[in-house]
Design a protein around this ligand. Structure first.
Ligand SMILES: [Zn+2]
Length: 146
C-alpha cells in the first residue's frame, strides 16, 4: 500500500497540483496522482491552499472524509491494478467497469472495499486480509448485478 507519513502524502498531492498548474514535467507516479486529482474537482480549492490545509485534522469528522486519505487510497488502488495485486483485482475491476460503465465509479467500489477490509482488520486487531478484500469486492459486484 501507499505507505508514507501523513505529511509526506499531503505534500506530494499539493506539489503535483502546483506543478500541473505550472505545466511542469511530472514523474510517472505524479502523473497517476494528477489523473486522480483531476477526477476530484471538489478537492481542487483545498489543494491550492497548502498553508491552510497541510495540518488540518479531519479526525473530528469521520476520517472517511479526509481528502488526503481518499487520494492516497486511490493511489494504492492504481498500484494494485498496475501489478494485479492481490491477484485477480484487475479482472474484478474490468467486471465493475462493465457493470457501472464508469471507470471512476468502479475505482470507488474497490476503494470502499479496501477501506472496509482495513477497518475490519483494525477493529479485530488482525493483519490485512486480501482474500477478505476480494470477497468484499465480489459482494458489491453481486449487488450491482442483482
Ligand atoms: Zn475518489
Amino acid at each position: 500500500m501507499f505507505d508514507v507519513s501523513r505529511d509526506q502524502a499531503r505534500q506530494f498531492f499539493f506539489e503535483v497540483r502546483a506543478k500541473s498548474k505550472q505545466s511542469l514535467p511530472l514523474s510517472p507516479l505524479e502523473d497517476v496522482a494528477l489523473s486522480i486529482i483531476n477526477h476530484h474537482p471538489e478537492y481542487h480549492a483545498l489543494l491550492d491552499q497548502p498553508e491552510r490545509y497541510k495540518d488540518k485534522d479531519w479526525q473530528g469528522e469521520s476520517n472517511e472524509h479526509n481528502p488526503f486519505l481518499h487520494l492516497s487510497l486511490h493511489l494504492a488502488i492504481e498500484e494494485q491494478l498496475s501489478i494485479n495485486q492481490p491477484p485477480g483485482i484487475r479482472a474484478y475491476f474490468e467486471r465493475l467497469c462493465l457493470s457501472l460503465k464508469d471507470e471512476h465509479l468502479a475505482r470507488h467500489v474497490l476503494l470502499e472495499s479496501l477501506t472496509e477490509m482495513v477497518w475490519q482488520a483494525q477493529v479485530n486487531q488482525q493483519p490485512l486480509d486480501n482474500q477478505r478484500y476480494l470477497s468484499l469486492v465480489e459482494e458489491r459486484l453481486h449487488q450491482l448485478n442483482s
